[in-house]
Design a protein around this ligand. Structure first.
Ligand code: AHR
Length: 495
């Protein structure tokens, strides 16, 4: 019943580091991501640290969350940060115009978010309001969080109880400026970007300031071309890209009860990230041959119909073994392109889209996607290894996608990690890995698999899908062979 694929893993001269920031996350004011997700408030009976659920903090530390993007998304271009500082009782409300039209009380603001990032030991990535804000509002925010000396905004921060600046390095200059950020043309946005970027000072932040331009929607190569052409190199550090996986935008399909056609189409879209990264990179190479500007995939993941009975504007969906396939294969793509892809953010951390965590009152569950993130954390900041892959296909009604996806790295202790994914919904695939050039002796492995691709963790059965030890492989004289079960992820540690 099996088919054969082969992989050669080798060391490469001047190999890039797989930035830990590829394993980043995204938390928008959307549905129950912040309010009723992360943030329950200090008076909640749910155990919390300054209002943020302690169980969520612990779970995110476990996967070594490297960065967190906030407050949006589309919400970012409506957000006025000054409304979210100072005494809570004095804060104005805001109507979340993009997501369900709900009224928020601004109780989770800049201090709450940046203190949370400190608690998580994650880098904050702030997305600023370009769509409906001003240069002054933006530069005040930077001064407020980063200025160490005497200044109007640093003094205001101190009045609000925080002496030391947080030192925020990563800043998004708007979000989806081709859509919810203002429906701009790339030419117009490139000019606006130049204006905003000019006034972004790093103040006293030792690590400098890292400016990320709002990037292309999927295969809008023209957008990347114009930004790379029109923005001077000294004003930009990163260019973003967004791409989600679904059956079709107009009809995204169910999160759990999908049929094989819907599975195949969603996986095909996820695997298309390979083409997107290659083509956007080729444009960047043309204008930036030295690779100074990074590609930042700051929104990616599966996007389906919301769960029945939930607010359509809240984007709450379950997370199955299909999502584990999307996560495993997409992260392999980012690892393999880690010379250009330096950061990525899965959308979104809690209760929204392809979440790693779901909550229901005091209950919390970890999704299959969470487990993939945990298995893959070994790649963070490791040196990438070179892969040559010949893969068999996964075929559905005459259409084909590659069945096997793989990436590999070597960590600071010399341990090699290889992450393998078989996206085939029906067939196991034999994979023969040639590691002979690496001179390794011993292999151990872990697996995420299940007997039905629709399986997921639920509040009644939170541990249905878990990572398990895996021994069903052969390792002899540098040759590793394994039968990859349908829709499974395996991570090997070899040394
Ligand atoms: O992640 C949900 C939404 O998707 C974000 O707010 C927006 O940037 C994108 O369209």
């Amino acid at each position: 019943a099996t088919a054969q694929s082969s992989v050669v893993v080798e060391e490469q001269e001047n190999a890039p580091t797989i930035s830990r920031h590829i394993y980043g996350h995204f938390a928008e004011h959307l549905g129950r991501c912040i309010y009723g997700g992360f943030y329950v408030g200090e008076d909640s009976e749910i155990p919390n640290t300054a209002g943020v659920r302690t169980d969520i903090i612990e779970a995110l530390k476990e996967i070594k969350i490297p960065n967190l993007r906030w407050p949006g998304g589309c919400f970012a271009d409506t957000y006025h940060w000054k409304d979210g500082i100072g005494p809570r009782e004095d804060r104005p409300t805001i109507v979340n115009q993009w997501w369900g039209g709900v009224t928020e009380d601004n109780s989770f603001g800049t201090h709450d978010f940046l203190n949370l990032c400190e608690e998580l030991d994650a880098e904050p990535y702030l997305a600023a309001n370009i769509g409906s804000g001003t240069v002054q509002e933006f530069t005040d925010w930077i001064q407020y969080v980063n200025h160490d000396g005497e200044s109007p905004m640093a003094n205001l921060r101190r009045e609000n109880g925080r002496e030391n600046p947080w030192g925020v390095k990563y800043w998004g200059v708007g979000n989806e400026m081709w859509g919810c950020g203002g429906n701009m043309t790339p030419e117009y946005y490139a000019n606006l970007y130049r204006q905003y970027a000019t006034f972004m000072s790093s103040w006293d932040n030792d690590s400098g300031i890292y400016r990320i331009a709002s990037g292309a929607n999927v295969d809008d190569y023209h957008w990347t071309e114009v930004l790379m052409r029109d923005v001077p190199k000294h004003l930009i550090e990163g260019v973003a890209l967004h791409s989600y996986s679904f059956v079709e935008w107009e009809s995204k399909g169910p999160a759990v009860d999908f049929n094989e056609l819907q599975y195949f189409k969603t996986i095909e879209r996820a695997l298309n990230m390979e083409t997107l990264v290659q083509k956007h990179t080729a444009i960047m190479d043309k204008y930036d041959p030295d690779g100074k500007i990074d590609l930042i995939v700051d929104e990616w993941g599966g996007w389906y119909n919301v769960e029945e009975g939930t607010n359509p504007g809240f984007l709450y969906q379950q997370n199955t073994m299909r999502d584990a396939m999307i996560a495993g294969a997409t992260l392999n793509i980012f690892n393999n392109h880690s010379d250009r892809v330096k950061m990525a953010n899965l959308a979104q951390t809690v209760n929204v889209l392809q979440a790693v965590i779901l909550t229901d009152d005091e209950k919390m569950i970890l999704t299959p996607t969470y487990h993939v993130m945990k298995m893959y954390a070994v790649h963070q900041d490791a040196t990438r290894l070179e892969i040559e892959l010949e893969t068999d296909s996964y075929e559905y009604q005459g259409e084909k996608v590659p069945a096997i996806s793989v990436s590999a790295s070597k960590d600071s202790q010399g341990k090699v990690h290889i992450s393998l994914v078989n996206v085939d919904m029906n067939k196991a695939h034999d994979v023969a890995l040639d590691l002979t050039s690496l001179n390794l002796k011993k292999a151990v492995a872990s697996i995420l698999s299940s007997d039905d691709v629709h399986n997921h963790n639920s509040f009644d059965n939170p541990d249905k899908i878990q990572v398990e030890e895996f021994n069903d492989f052969k390792f002899k004289k540098g040759n590793l062979s394994v039968e990859m079960a349908p829709f499974s992820v395996v991570v090997f540690e070899v040394n």
